[in-house]
Write a protein of this length. Structure first.
Length: 340
């Protein structure tokens, strides 16, 4: 026996205090309560592989959730702390782009005001056009819904002008113009390259997109506009005649028909580009916001000053005066003696 070591079990138990035994049992029980199913760490180590895999998967889920949450917080922080990243702000970040957007917006505002004023007050159409251009020019510098709409309209015109070159390359018309007037004798490829124009579908990547219905609708619109502008005949007759002639031209199987169909599809392609640009710049939602604000302002102004009631009363008085004057004229005619 070595000195200092217990010789029997009784001596070993005598050297171990009772508190440590109790504390050990208590710690064992606490450890057993902390583990799932009331098992100790020794029992958990001897569990089946399926249970251990479930435990590991369960411990990994909170880590994945915390990672996703942290990434979302980073994105939100970047979005809230950084400047706006839309196309309008990116295009206007340079001086040249800012000048182009402001000038394009002023041109749209002046043109729209001039077009509306010619049908309402033609004697002051030029003045109204200048006023509309000034409003759009000033609105392009404000961070308001109206300013957002003005800048979106200005950039949309710039993008349309930039994309017209692609449309011209995709649907060339000059070759068919020469063939239609007889200045060239080359055998041109018909447009579209199909015998049945109504059932054409592109089969290869290089084939052009074509729709007979859309082409005829586009050319009918152009024909109605051209026919209605003729000053000799009535507007509605000229519009119907022009629409019918241009639509019939799309059905011809000659160079003239190819020209009409190409022009129609060029218009359709431009309208598609306009729709894509509108979707990117969100012009319609911005216009809806501005319209709702204008309606709210008008309703508030009417509620304060009763403009609608005054206008209705003025119209009613004018109508009463006209009807009374007509009745007086009728009475005078009835009372006057017949001519000899």
């Amino acid at each position: 026996m070595l000195p200092g070591f217990p010789s029997t079990k009784e001596d070993l138990r005598a050297q171990i205090p009772a508190d440590s035994v109790l504390n050990g049992n208590t710690a064992f029980n606490d450890e057993k309560r902390g583990l799932p199913d009331g098992r100790s760490r020794f029992d958990a180590s001897r569990s089946s592989p399926e249970e251990s895999s479930k435990t590991r998967r369960g411990s990994m889920v909170p880590a994945v959730v915390e990672t996703q949450t942290s990434e979302e917080d980073k994105d939100r922080t970047q979005q809230s702390s950084s400047a706006r990243r839309d196309k309008i702000t990116g295009y206007m970040s340079s001086t040249n782009g800012r000048i182009q957007v402001v000038g394009s917006a002023s041109f749209i505002g002046g043109g729209a005001a001039l077009f509306i004023a010619k049908s309402i007050i033609p004697f002051a159409a030029n003045l109204v056009g200048v006023f509309g251009a000034a409003i759009f020019f000033a609105g392009s510098f404000f961070r308001t819904p109206f300013g957002e709409l003005v800048r979106a309209l200005g950039l949309s015109l710039i993008l349309v002008l930039q994309r017209t070159s692609n449309v011209r390359k995709k649907y060339p018309t000059w070759r068919y113009v020469k063939a239609a007037i007889g200045s060239t004798k080359q055998n041109l490829r018909p447009f579209p390259p199909s015998r049945n124009l109504w059932t054409y579908e592109p089969r290869r990547p290089g084939d052009v997109n074509f729709s007979m219905l859309y082409s005829m609708l586009a050319m009918s619109f152009i024909g109605s506009f051209c026919g209605g502008s003729v000053p000799i005949i009535p507007t509605w007759i000229g519009s119907l005649t022009g629409a019918g002639i241009f639509a019939f031209g799309c059905t011809l199987s000659s160079a003239k028909g190819d020209l009409c169909r190409t022009m129609g599809m060029r218009i359709v392609a431009l309208l598609q580009e306009l729709w894509y640009i509108q979707t990117d710049l969100r012009i319609i939602p911005k216009a809806a916001v501005v319209t709702s604000q204008v309606i709210d302002k008008m309703m508030l102004f009417d509620r304060q000053h009763r403009v609608k009631d005054r206008f209705l009363s003025l119209v009613t008085r004018a109508y009463d005066r006209v009807t009374s004057q007509m009745q007086d004229d009728g009475d005078i005619r009835r009372s006057s003696p017949p001519p000899p």
